[in-house]
Design a protein around this ligand. Structure first.
Ligand code: BV8
Length: 256
């Protein structure tokens, strides 16, 4: 029932926001943020490892974690949920995709310009100047795959360490991206929130801003989250199954 209701709302929508979290990539085999702590990093708490302090204290441990995650993403493929988001993009008049994820699966599924509120595994930068090095050594895939300490490269122009291009806890989000995401949420008529626990701020405000502005908020998640109370419709289930079903009902004949 909710699928048909969601499809009806989506097919009439003029301005859509799709807001995604780690659950969007779960069925591509990319561990969610909290599941990404196995092996060498099993004894760490994600929210302590994903910080400037952790990188400063042990750059090889933190860089190794991100290179292991990057290697995992490179071996992953976009799932039908990512493809369904790209199918929505091709069919609604205006859309903004906002992701908390640091993988590139939305782009590889065909989404044009997702806003990465928390950065990307594929955009490392100099820890000194913030400049993006032209390239960075592709670590031995085996090394990254097995998970180990890897010394970060050095910036070619200033010699400082190169750091992951992500937003760590305690760091501010990219201003332009956050502003664009907030503006889109405040002016959309439908916001789809997919695969997020809705607990990391300020990103978690995005669905709340849309609801406050009178948008229809549709949540897709197999489990209850704090966003249940702002969602107009709650579709309980995995993104790779539910999103294609909503798209197929909204635009019959479209297989995402
Ligand atoms: C900042 C990059 C200024 C790194 C990440 C207000 C209130 C409380 C706390 C704060 C606040 N304001 C600021 C804070 C502090 C902090 C914060 O929010 N802490 C939380 C934990 C309490 N925020 C910050 O520090 C932010 N910076 O505000 O700067 C400032 C500074 C200091 C003090 C105050 C203000 C920066 C936050 C960004 C951190 N970086 N990522 C990396 O990836 O290593 S966040 C990281 O965790 C991910 O990017 C992701 O966004 C987040 C986890 O969230 P989810 O994506 O939702 O993933 P999660 O695993 O939680 O949930 C997965 C969901 O998927 C689940 O619901 C599950 O049911 C569902 N699921 C599973 N399978 C499927 C599925 N859904 C669909 N289909 C499936 N198959």
């Amino acid at each position: 029932m909710e699928t048909r209701q969601a499809a009806g709302v989506l097919s009439e929508a003029r301005r859509v926001v799709v807001f995604t979290g780690a659950g969007m990539s779960a069925e591509s085999g990319v561990p969610t943020f909290r599941d990404a702590l196995t092996g060498l990093w099993a004894r760490f708490d994600a929210e302590r490892l994903a910080t400037p302090e952790a990188f400063h204290a042990d750059p090889d441990l933190v860089w190794g974690w991100y290179e292991w995650r990057r290697a995992r993403v490179r071996r992953a493929e976009p799932n039908p949920g990512h493809l369904a988001v790209a199918a929505i993009e091709a069919r609604v008049p205006a859309i903004t995709v906002v992701t908390q994820n640091v993988d590139d699966l939305h782009e590889r599924a065909g989404s044009q310009a997702p806003i990465h509120l928390h950065g990307s595994l594929f955009a490392p930068r100099c820890a000194g100047t913030g400049a993006h090095p032209a390239t960075f050594p592709d670590v031995e895939a085996a090394m990254a795959a097995e998970g180990g300490r890897i010394p970060p490269p050095r910036c070619a122009s200033c010699g400082a360490l190169v750091r992951p291009g992500v937003v760590w806890f305690g760091e501010t989000l990219p201003e332009a991206g956050l502003t664009a995401a907030v503006e889109a949420a405040a002016s959309c008529d439908v916001l789809l929130t997919v695969g997020t626990s809705g607990v990391v701020h300020p990103a978690a405000e995005i669905p709340r801003i849309a609801a406050g502005a009178g948008a229809t908020v549709i949540q897709i998640n197999p489990e209850p989250t704090p966003l249940d109370r702002v969602a107009t419709l709650n579709l309980r289930g995995p993104a790779a199954k539910v999103l294609p079903a909503v798209v197929a009902a909204a635009w019959p004949g479209v297989s995402a």
